[in-house]
Design a binder for this molecule. Sequence first.
Ligand SMILES: Nc1ncnc2c1ncn2[C@@H]1O[C@H](COP(=O)(O)OP(=O)(O)OP(=O)(O)O)[C@@H](O)[C@H]1O
Length: 548
Amino acid sequence: QPLAAKALVDRLGGDDPIAGVLVLLGALVILGTAIESVGSYVLERTAESVVLAARRTLIGRLLRLRLTEVERTQPGDLMSRITSDTTLLRAVTTQSVVSAVSGGLTFLATIAMMGLMDPVLLGVTFGVIVLIGGAASLAMPKIAQATRRAQEAVGTISTALERAFGAFRTVKASGAERRETEAVQEAAREAWRHGVRSAKWQAVAGSSVGLAVQVSFLAVLGIGGARVASGAISVSTLVAFLLYLFYLTEPVARLVDAASQYQVGSAAIARIVQAERLETEETEEKGEMGEAGQTDAARTDGPASVTFEDVTFRYRDELPYVHHGVTFEVPGPGMTAFVGPSGAGKTTVFGLIERFYEATGGRILVDGRDVREWPLAELRATIGYVEQDAPVLAGTVRENLLFAAPDATDAEVREVLVRARLDGVIERLPEGLETVVGHRGSKLSGGERQRVAIARALLRKPRLLLLDEATSQLDAVNELALRDVVTEVSREVTVLVVAHRLSTVTLADRIVVMDAGKVRAVGTHAELVAADPLYGELAATQFLAASA
Ligand SMILES: Nc1ncnc2c1ncn2[C@@H]1O[C@H](COP(=O)(O)OP(=O)(O)OP(=O)(O)O)[C@@H](O)[C@H]1O
């Protein structure tokens, strides 16, 4: 365009027609605009694809993370890395990478044209730009730092919200709404503060471009004017040079913007990479084995046996040992109750059997095979697990039942409902199996939630059932129903129960007494009452009395 403008200025005084040059100028403007809009669409599309790719990778890994990794991080912060940090990648892809290339090319082409016109004036321009650009580059690390802090604060917002919603009733009952709100708002203010700081440094870097162009304009005007007067260059050359100088504004602005956006993006990338480095379980590589594992497990019939051989375990290197050489043997079927004071390590036994955690020492065998040698999906397909708090997920009762066995038939569901003494409950519900149970199953009673969890575990047709008995007192009807279910199941399946009720332990075929990370005695209720003082004491004082 400046060259066409030069031709136009050259022809102004002469006889040559200017219509052709005007048409060329117009065509150049239209072409430039068209390229601009197509380019910007392709750019934004690419950017969205980059965001999608990053999100897919992160989401793909998230539910496969090791339990230890999740316990170390804050789920809210992890979520914000997927939702918020990935959006910042858009900026890197649009402004940063592509602007750097397009800005860089335009910059070089413009500089080349300017050099052809007058190397002296180019030298002047260059000097000014390098000086001011150098000063602006000092802002770059500040932008990265401020962005990182802002994103960390966004993570804190998610974490604080998750904490409050995760215990919503307790928050209200404790009158803690205001304090929790303030905590979240403080995190929001922190994000604002660092966002503003980043904006400030970006503004400093951006405004240096305008300054550089204006200072060079004045310098070129002064020196160029003198060169025109001395006859070194023509007026039209000076005009074209000045036009090129203004053309330089955009690529330089783009380059600076690219650098700023790169700083923003790199802060986000660092957080995304951190999340990507968290360790996952092996199931990913053995993806297909998930399905194969289930059929294998279904083929092997009969109750599973469980053996612990001198197992030592601590949750993390810096924590004390929870198991100091746990040894026991449970042949199937039948019910084995684990009892002991709070914190003895009973629930930890289940976590190790499920291989949520790896034992530090010793061996854990299921069906005589080391759990480390089992394909993870196959091992877990063998086990039905009911946690102490018996989680029921948001959704319908049917979704909850099918959660661990999506392919179960209606007949199987009906059978399991009868076994778990849930059939009557479902009949009373307004929409039967399609009744929506609310967040964490809040529309069901504690006992009903527990039986839904047991039904879910049974529908998986486990050969080993791990039942972490709830410590909360159930009413007589619920407790009786539960006891009957478990006794019935234990006839064909190996059932391990962390028992808190006298009614459960008296029914157990075998009781494992744990204390301070060790097994201190194994026997029946009658044997242990006579032989083990700790058990006698537990039976007398700690067990929740049988309601029936
Ligand atoms: N995820 C975890 N990370 C770190 N430490 C843990 C974790 N889970 C449990 N612990 C610790 O391990 C010890 C044993 O816990 P465990 O839940 O196995 O005890 P328990 O015998 O089942 O107790 P309770 O009868 O009260 O449920 C406790 O001291 C506990 O603080």
